[in-house]
Design a binder for this molecule. Structure first.
Ligand SMILES: NC(=O)c1ccc[n+]([C@@H]2O[C@H](COP(=O)([O-])OP(=O)(O)OC[C@H]3O[C@@H](n4cnc5c(N)ncnc54)[C@H](OP(=O)(O)O)[C@@H]3O)[C@@H](O)[C@H]2O)c1
Length: 348
């Protein structure tokens, strides 16, 4: 299976391309910048292709799978998916952007008809939380409520900040009775035990509000992030200012600044992932600890490519990682121990 890695000279794309090449995967590196793309291709000893996302159609010959690593994905996913649908090429990416998941889910039937999978979210967002959601659903199949949260002790890349800015003007989001609703970032503040003592956490728009719904069918979903109490109050007070980021020229300037100012992450952090599913009084709670998100992203994408390579036929339509590879997929990644399950509470 030949995989074209688009955005291959970005911070994350390059790390994925290097590990993919080392694991013997058949890859082509691609991106919009000629010198950077060709230079990486020469260094890794693989073919390179230079094109803009809007011209992807003519650049996918003899490619079975595209792995899109060029974000913000709200700017790149649509044109590349168009090309994948036209050419019958499987589409994978590492987005963590909620609107991108929703947009791709709407293209499920097109992908079914084209006979290809649309499999976004193969990075830290959303593999561990998606697998945890699936695990919680396995523990309590008739759950009607799901809450997921992360406590990250890590740095982020400029590209990740740029992608966060892409959506910052829109606030948080929860799913209620199957429908997405707007909410205030940092609201619903509460104490959550992520596995190392209680921490203050508030609502943050993690993409699981979209994906966990497709993975589990649970219709009420909230996502949290551990935040110092001061940060929660600051986020609530500055929410009106975030509307400025909905103005495109302001957003593009802040994104450019982020790319200049934010250095490479140290890659020494770890992340605590928490989830709770309930049905009436009955509740199950499980936790996971993962290594640094960038290391996990590189491992998850390259492992996913190997797993897809080994399949006789690929799935078709919109898919989530836990549905394609199951809840235990995350447990096979370096540095991830098993799920830590609390006993069921409230059962009769
Ligand atoms: N799911 C996860 O957990 C996870 C983990 C890591 C990263 N990510 C996401 O992956 C993306 C890349 O992150 P990064 O750390 O690699 O950032 P980065 O170093 O800034 O790299 C971004 C790459 O995307 C390309 N790109 C951006 N906009 C483009 C466009 N409109 N058309 C074509 N190419 C475009 C860039 O090319 P130019 O330099 O030519 O602009 C560059 O190659 C971000 O959206 C980030 O949030 C997600």
């Amino acid at each position: 299976m030949t995989t074209l890695i688009y955005g291959a000279y970005g911070y994350t794309g390059e790390r994925i391309a290097r590990v993919a090449a080392k694991r013997g995967l058949d890859i082509i590196v691609a991106g919009r910048h000629g010198t950077k793309t060709r230079g990486l291709g020469v260094e890794l000893g693989v073919e390179s292709r230079v094109f803009e996302p809007s011209n992807a159609n003519s650049s996918l010959n003899e490619v079975e799978t595209v792995l899109n690593c060029a974000g913000p994905f709200e700017q790149t996913a649509d044109p590349i998916v168009d090309a994948c649908l036209d050419t019958g090429t499987a589409y994978l990416d590492i987005t963590g952007e909620l609107p991108v998941f929703e947009a791709l889910a709407e293209r499920d039937r097109e992908a079914e008809e084209a006979g290809i999978p649309l499999l976004p979210g193969l990075g830290f967002d959303i593999v561990p939380t998606d697998c945890l959601a699936c695990h919680l659903h396995d523990r309590l199949p008739d759950a009607t409520q799901l809450r997921l949260g992360v406590e990250a002790r890590t740095d982020v890349s400029g590209g990740t900040v740029a992608s966060a800015v892409e959506h910052a003007g829109r606030g948080a989001c929860i799913r209620r009775d199957g429908v997405l609703e707007r909410a205030t970032i940092g609201s619903h503040s509460q104490e959550i035990d992520f596995g190392n003592g209680s921490r203050n956490a508030g609502l943050l728009p993690l993409a699981d509000v979209s994906t966990a719904y497709y993975t589990t069918g649970i219709e009420n979903i909230e996502t949290y992030m551990a935040l110092p109490e001061l940060a929660t109050h600051t986020l609530q007070l500055t929410q009106p200012l975030s509307a400025l980021l909905a103005v495109t020229p302001v957003k593009r300037t802040v994104q450019q600044l982020a790319r200049w100012l934010v250095g490479s992450p140290s890659e020494r952090g770890s992340v605590f992932v928490w989830g709770e599913a309930s049905h009436g009084e009955e509740t199950v709670c499980s936790r996971l600890e993962t290594p640094d998100p960038y290391a996990l992203t590189v491992n998850a994408t390259t492992t996913a490519l190997q797993r897809l390579n080994a399949m006789d036929t690929l799935p078709t339509g919109f898919e989530t990682p836990a549905v394609v590879f199951d809840a235990d997929f995350v447990l096979g990644l370096d540095g991830v121990e098993g799920f830590h399950d609390d006993p069921v509470t409230g059962s009769v």
